[in-house]
Design a protein around this ligand. Structure first.
Ligand SMILES: [Zn+2]
Length: 361
């Protein structure tokens, strides 16, 4: 089954093989073969040589529920299809699942697009991965993304996608998590009977809300959430015993520090809103870029509610790096948003991600 998920196979060249014949055999195109095997001379195929053969469909599925294994297959599959993409394991979850980053582009501007901090907002994972795939495919084909030549995006910026910050939590919500872990999460959830289980779960498998973990007003977040009753491991809203105590948040913070990016996006659902400030202010250029992102998506550039205005990834980035960062609350409805919403999420965010990648000149 793996090739159906990763979207490629390895082919050993046989006597008499040509690229045409291989492409025909696997139902793919010469240009896809060419992109995946940049060092191969089509007129000098040698028997025994190994080729990567992209299959004739996109790698990023948006019609099935996601799990951590699928995120891994997509990262590996895209890195195989487009060898200029860089695949990294930036850390591990509480249950030892890898947290991946996939980096595209050669430009001086650096961006980090993150998704699925919150388990039941997993639809943001295919959203950013589809953007990575669209950009890579357009670069290979010499096409445009949102009216901008992919070559120009690639030349100007370097985007690191972290599609699934919370792999354990996503697996719980989508049913991919086995025992005894599911029962342990159920034990935590029993303390909050009004939160549907597992659909209402946002946290990691330690019951820590990964987007309340960053050292930017963490004590304020703790005071607010404790007053609301979230004073211990919970399906959401527990800030954890200390800032960056959760391995997933800690991995993303370290990765971000090493990269020192010009911009971060943190994808969440839902609300059709873009949050751009921390404690009422934002770094230079934030408002101008934020207004462009709002115009492209139709989402409102607005203030986060006071109760959720502390200890988030974007808050920490604004405070410590002094550069624009945005939380995007994509879509509207009740989390988890259904897969049938995916196309409208994609339509709203293709332009947003492109403009965020390019920034304000
Ligand atoms: Zn969220």
């Amino acid at each position: 089954m793996t090739p159906w998920f990763t979207g490629f196979v390895r082919h050993t060249v046989a006597p008499g093989d040509t690229l045409w014949r291989i492409a025909w055999h696997y139902g793919t195109t010469l240009s896809a073969l060419d992109a995946a095997n940049p060092d191969t001379d089509p007129f000098d195929l040698r028997p025994g040589q190994r080729l990567t053969v992209p299959l004739g469909f996109p790698v990023t599925p948006a019609d099935i529920p996601w799990c951590s294994a699928l995120a891994e297959y997509c990262v590996r599959g895209l890195a195989a299809r487009y060898p200029w993409l860089i695949e990294e394991r930036i850390g591990e979850s509480a249950l030892g699942r890898p947290v991946y980053a996939l980096t595209a582009g050669d430009g001086p501007r650096r961006c980090v697009f993150t998704a699925a901090h919150h388990a039941n907002e997993w639809i943001t994972a295919p959203l950013v991965m589809k953007y990575a795939e669209t950009l890579a495919a357009a670069l290979a084909a010499g096409e445009q993304v949102y009216g901008v030549p992919a070559e120009e995006i690639n030349f100007r910026t370097r985007i690191s996608f972290v599609p699934m910050v919370n792999p354990d939590g996503v697996d719980l919500v989508t049913g991919a998590l086995g025992e005894p872990y599911r029962s342990r999460a159920g034990d935590i959830a029993r303390g909050w009977p009004s939160i549907p289980f597992p659909e209402g779960w946002k946290a990691n498998l330690q019951g820590v809300d990964l987007n309340l973990q960053y050292p930017a007003g963490w004590e304020a977040a703790r005071a607010i959430k404790t007053a609301q009753g979230f004073d211990r491991p919970a399906p959401r809203d527990y800030v954890g015993p200390a800032p960056l105590s959760a391995p997933e948040s800690s991995a993303l913070a370290k990765f971000t520090e090493a990269l020192d990016p010009d911009l971060v996006l943190a994808y969440h659902t839902q609300g059709e809103a873009i949050y751009w400030q921390f404690m009422g202010s934002a770094p230079p250029g934030s408002r101008e870029l934020g207004l462009r992102l709002a115009a492209a998506s139709g989402y409102a550039l607005t203030e986060a509610p006071y109760d959720s205005g502390f200890a988030g990834y974007k808050d920490w980035f604004l405070q410590d790096f002094g550069r624009p960062g945005f939380t995007v609350e994509a879509g509207s409805g009740e989390n988890p948003l259904p897969l049938s919403d995916f196309d409208s999420l994609w339509e709203a965010n293709l332009g947003l991600m492109t403009l965020a990648a390019l920034g304000v000149e």
